[in-house]
Design a protein around this ligand. Structure first.
Ligand SMILES: C[S@@+](CC[C@H](N)C(=O)[O-])C[C@H]1O[C@@H](n2cnc3c(N)ncnc32)[C@H](O)[C@@H]1O
Length: 287
């Protein structure tokens, strides 16, 4: 039987629509018409590995094969963008450590509650949650007898494996000054590893931001960072995800999005807080 080489396999318009809608329904990520070639390139290797002749066959495999769950877990790694690095978007991180942590510390001093719970939603390979832990550590505000936890949540198992290893190459350090490098990292051959003092504050879990059960046990959270994730979602998905954030944030809790992301078309339930060079959203107190 003739098998075309998978590099010749086209992603026809109808196949593109089927796969695009399937991915959107499962993961919220939306590939628009202009990204057909990109989706083809990302998934071509999967056709090859599974010895399939067309993207239609791949779609049927994803929907109906007994191995569909395993394939979904493999596919997700190919369709996500995992770009991230330590200390990304400094002005926003400055607001977090100078203003937000101070506010939270004051709020909690009044209530006598000695916990600080943060979430990095769409944490990729871990640079963001480790950065948050470093900022909390360096703030010197939350230490003795405080229970500080940073959770990194992502759907991509390969990215999470890397996050758990906590060892990185130079590309992850483009925003890190030498003093911070020395304080929070140790050299390990060609890799640079996050020190144990930071690692012990951070844990990771696999989950889909669209599914309420992914957040089980995390509430009430003080701060959620969800940066450079919503840009890949449709408005409908963003509404679902932000609805979950609302549910798990403590009253008075804060939400940080990426600089290209906003809630303006999505919801007016959060209070926008504007700072020089950065903004954040707050869930009002008393709700
Ligand atoms: C570009 S990275 C952003 C990393 C980090 N937040 C930052 O700003 O540097 C986007 C991450 O979102 C994750 N992601 C995309 N869709 C997701 C979903 N439905 N559930 C959980 N994570 C998702 C991807 O796996 C990827 O690791």
């Amino acid at each position: 039987m003739f098998h075309p080489s998978s590099k010749d396999v086209e992603l026809e318009e109808e196949e593109f629509r089927l796969l695009r809608d399937f991915i959107h329904e499962r993961f919220g990520i939306y590939f628009d018409e202009g990204q057909r070639a990109s989706l083809r390139t990302r998934l071509l290797g999967r056709l090859q590995s599974l010895d399939l002749d067309s993207f239609e066959d791949y779609y049927h495999h994803l929907r109906f094969s007994p191995q569909r769950d395993e394939e979904l877990a493999r596919m997700i790694t190919h369709i996500t963008n995992n770009e991230t690095y330590f200390y990304r978007e400094q002005p926003q991180l400055g607001v977090f450590s100078d203003q937000i942590l101070r506010k939270l510390r004051e709020q909690k001093q009044r209530s006598g509650e000695r916990t600080l719970r943060l979430l990095s939603a769409g944490c990729s390979t871990g640079e963001e949650p480790y950065t948050l832990a470093m900022l909390v550590y360096d703030s010197g505000q939350f230490f003795w007898n405080w229970e500080v936890s940073v959770t990194g949540l992502d759907v991509d198992p390969v990215a999470l494996d890397k996050a758990q290893r906590a060892a990185y190459h130079h590309n992850s350090f483009r925003g890190v000054d030498p003093g911070l490098l020395e304080r929070h990292f140790s050299k390990n051959g060609r890799e640079t590893a996050v020190k144990e003092s930071i690692r012990r504050m951070v844990r990771f879990r696999q989950g889909n931001l669209m599914a309420a059960q992914s957040y089980a046990g995390l509430a009430p959270l003080d701060v959620i960072f969800c940066r450079n994730v919503l840009i890949y979602f449709s408005d409908a998905t963003i509404r679902t995800v932000v609805g979950h954030f609302w549910d798990i944030l403590a009253p008075g809790g804060f939400l940080f999005l990426g600089h290209a992301e906003s809630l303006s078309r999505i919801t007016d339930r959060f209070t926008p807080l504007r700072f020089p060079g950065a903004m954040a959203y707050q869930k009002p107190e008393g709700v």
